[in-house]
Design a protein. Structure first.
Length: 498
């Protein structure tokens, strides 16, 4: 199939009454979803909306997000996935950069959308989920299944399909343009690893606007003919209840959520009996934790790595037989990889360098002013991530290239300092940053969260550093925090600390 939405049509014929979307007490079968997708696509055409028209989606994790997304793709417009947690100023920046002309949004964001319009100007169309008022169109009316002509236009795989935004942990988020082929190829590659799953029920903690939910939950469930189990919950009690009550078999989350679920006092092992796999995206988990979890709950933890520009999955541990705990797994079949040093030469086994990727899953390009490059499957994309690869092909994440410290003419990985400071008995969390300085030397700034509000002084940390770190890695600045700011993937939001 050339386009991801064709799978809805396919399953609407062979399993029309099977559930595709579950949300609270609501359920949409494949047939119902296909009818609504077509209704929206046709009604958008009636408004004169078609090829390359950018339509923003500002919705929480509700069925209408999924229907809107596939309806936009069916219409051959471009779906712009907007994070609902962003402020109106942040959203206005993203909307300007991605040239959103029409907005589909929830009525709970009415005020935010009004504020966006005061910055960006009026949208061509405001399509609202909820009670519409003057000059606004009801999304539910556009989803009603009326008789309409068939949509016959053909959509090439290399046409624009989606604009998603990078996490923006170090600056302004970049708009990433993905083609129909990009999103299909990545979801197919991940689905191959889950081919033994029969009628999977897939859920996740991330919003649908996030690249991992977009591919690993929404598109993968569709390709496998499974069910998407939607939730807007992030509390571990509620997530555990969702898995138990909805019989979720695959969950996409992060290490923090796993650890918080494990800490629940009243959670019985049979509460998670339906769960076959927990896909963890983020920092590696200790082997002791994984062993204890898998013994207790009989579900496997598979750690992986990706980025928005790669649609997003690049590598993953593929099963208990094809897994190395602490690694980010093997590269997916949809992309090629190499690791290079600062001179652009390939590094040796177990040597750290920057990861480059190429393949049909790599984005078309960044939107507008960021970069001019078009990434064909023959062009290498530099991820900016530092990794190493062992003799068996497993990758290990070592940090971001942009996070390296420059000390006395040498680049230093801040993890080498963090791994020492975290061993201090009073330290719960730590992040190390390079701070100002000059061309030859940055100051080292250590950001610390003390354990249990223990009294911890700057002098203690400086003394500990003198004893445990070489002189050129000893910090100049120590600051204390209640918590380290992280995004939903667990990435440190360094621009806040800076």
């Amino acid at each position: 199939m050339k386009n991801i939405y064709h799978y809805i049509k396919h399953y609407s014929k062979i399993k029309p009454n099977s559930p595709f979307i579950k949300y609270m007490d609501r359920e949409f079968t494949y047939r119902q979803t296909w009818e609504k997708v077509n209704s929206l696509a046709y009604n958008l055409l009636e408004f004169g909306i078609t090829s390359n028209h950018s339509i923003g989606i500002l919705l929480p994790n509700v069925p209408e997000f999924i229907i809107s997304y596939f309806g936009i793709l069916r219409n051959n417009s471009v779906a712009v996935l907007l994070p609902t947690t962003s402020s109106h100023q942040e959203l206005a920046t993203l909307i300007k950069k991605s040239n959103v002309q029409t907005l589909i949004y929830s009525s709970e964001f009415n005020r935010k959308v009004d504020e966006i319009e005061s910055i960006c100007g009026k949208f061509l169309h405001r399509i609202v989920l909820g009670l519409p008022n003057k000059n606004k169109i009801s999304l539910l009316n556009l989803l009603k299944s009326n008789s309409q002509p068939k949509i016959t236009h053909k959509i090439a795989g290399n046409e624009q399909a989606v604009i998603m935004f990078t996490s923006g942990t170090t600056g302004i988020p970049k708009g990433v343009i993905l083609s129909h082929e990009n999103i299909l190829i990545n979801a197919l590659s991940f689905s191959e690893l889950l081919s033994s799953e029969k009628d999977p029920r897939i859920s996740g903690i991330f919003p649908l606007s996030n690249c991992f939910s977009h591919t690993l939950v929404m598109n993968t469930a569709l390709i496998l003919g499974g069910t998407i189990v939607l939730s807007n919950k992030s509390n571990p009690d509620e997530i555990a209840k969702l898995i138990r009550d909805k019989k979720v078999s695959i969950f996409i989350g992060n290490p923090e959520l796993l650890q918080r679920i494990e800490e629940l006092q009243d959670l019985e092992s049979n509460d998670l009996s339906s769960l076959n796999s927990f896909i963890s995206i983020g920092d590696p988990l200790p082997k002791s934790f994984i062993d204890e979890w898998e013994k207790k709950y009989s579900s496997i933890i598979l750690e992986g790595y990706g980025l928005t520009e790669a649609s997003p999955l690049v590598s993953i541990n593929q099963s208990t037989k094809n897994r190395k705990i602490g690694s980010i797994g093997l590269a997916l079949s949809s992309n090629q990889t190499k690791i290079i040093n600062n001179n652009g030469a390939n590094v040796s086994i177990d040597q750290i360098g920057e990861l480059q990727i190429r393949g049909k899953n790599v984005m078309l390009r960044y939107f507008n002013e960021y970069y001019k490059n078009d990434y064909s499957e023959d062009v290498w994309f530099s991820t900016g991530d530092l990794v190493k690869q062992d003799i068996d092909g497993y990758f290990y994440f070592e940090g971001r290239k942009s996070d390296l410290l420059y000390r006395y003419g040498y680049y230093v990985n801040p993890r080498s300092i963090e791994n020492i400071i975290i061993k201090h008995p009073k330290v719960q969390d730590v992040i190390v940053l390079g701070y100002n300085g000059n061309n030859l030397n940055q100051y080292i700034k250590i950001c610390i969260v003390p354990k249990n509000r223990d009294k911890l002084t700057k002098e203690e940390i400086l003394e500990y550093s003198k004893k445990n770190l070489p002189k050129y890695l000893q910090p100049e600045i120590v600051e204390f925090y209640n918590n380290i700011p992280r995004n939903i993937l667990g990435k440190v939001v360094r621009k806040i600390l800076n």
